[in-house]
Design a protein. Structure first.
Length: 331
């Protein structure tokens, strides 16, 4: 049978197929191959065991979700305070995975002035992002939120406490658990513990995800970071040096046009660049090469024997040959 994983909890994979839900485990051979299974993966399964992971349309690794149409980045206007750096992280992360991003700003009822709203539009509207302001508490913008969701599989991501679960409740009539932001820390707490696909109707699905804030660009090379910022990347070819990182270099076209780039965007770029530099140093001195645990052969995936085990097997084979030779001599 074929189906889609809509929830993973402990070692159990919950698969939706033909309007039914199946609780499955993963075959040991897939574990040995170290194949990762994400919420949203389409799989083949039989008798409660997942046999095969079907090819993905796309995926993101934070949160780990596959086969999605768009990322809806949820931020709060207040409580917790809007962090443009954190917002830019999510935007850059979606761009890295080449997935459409929509910006949703919740808790609009707490906004005391229009300066934040004006700043959001001035920065992100010229970059081509769809922008939506909502209030799950008062029902403001919920119909527009439903329109964005309709007919798509959308993953909601954002820090804890921004109101993802409240928005889902307001849009679907569900009763997901919510919790107030701490007055002391001004931070939210995790009410969603794991990724889960929620079906709104036959064509509309939401992926609810745990909140997180420690997303880092510690997997990129420094010269790749500017490609995640359209307003920076468009000046890249005009720089004097091809490997310009738009930081300390002379005759940098990006720095020459800083008046046209929002300060929070450029500062976010520099922060992500530093994380990429640290990753480069780590790779340079430690190395990250690992031997693959499986191989493709005749269009089939097979478990690959490690070099250590292969060497051990060869030694045993040699010992057996020498033993046979010695036995023949004695005879």
């Amino acid at each position: 049978m074929k189906g889609q994983i809509f929830k993973i909890h402990s070692d159990f994979y919950y698969v939706h197929s033909n309007s039914e839900t199946y609780e499955c485990k993963i075959r040991e051979v897939l574990k040995k191959q170290k194949q990762k299974i994400f919420v949203g993966d389409y799989v083949e399964f039989e008798n409660g065991a997942i046999e095969k992971i079907l090819p993905r349309q796309n995926f993101i690794t934070r949160p780990t979700v596959a086969n999605i149409d768009r990322v809806i980045i949820i931020s709060a206007v207040k409580e917790p305070e809007l962090s443009f750096t954190q917002l830019n992280r999510y935007i850059a992360f979606a761009k890295y995975h080449n997935i459409e991003a929509v910006l949703c700003f919740n808790k609009n009822d707490l906004s005391e002035d229009d300066k934040t709203i004006e700043k959001v539009f001035s920065i992100y509207q010229p970059l081509g992002y769809d922008i939506l302001f909502t209030s799950a508490l008062e029902g403001f913008g919920i119909e527009e939120f439903k329109d964005i969701l309709r007919g798509k599989t959308s993953v909601l991501c954002g820090s804890s406490g921004v109101g993802k679960s409240s928005l889902i409740n307001a849009a679907t009539g569900m009763s997901l658990r919510t919790k107030e932001v701490s007055e002391k820390t001004q931070r939210g707490t995790h009410t969603t513990r794991h990724c889960e696909i929620i079906s709104v109707d036959e064509d509309t699905r939401i992926v609810d995800t745990p909140g997180f804030s420690n997303l880092k660009f510690d997997f990129l090379m420094p010269n790749e970071v500017d490609l995640l910022f359209d307003e920076i990347g468009k000046y890249k070819q005009q720089c004097k040096f091809q490997d310009c990182l738009h930081d300390m270099e002379i005759d940098c076209a990006v720095k020459a046009h800083l008046g046209e780039i929002d300060e929070t965007r450029y500062q976010s770029y520099l922060e992500f660049l530093q994380e990429a530099k640290e990753y480069k140093e780590k790779v340079k001195y430690q190395g990250v090469k690992t031997e693959s645990s499986h191989k493709q052969q005749h269009n089939k995936t097979a478990v690959k024997i490690s070099s250590r085990k292969r060497e051990s097997a060869r030694n045993t084979q040699k010992q057996n040959i020498y033993k046979d030779i010695d036995d023949e001599r004695i005879d």
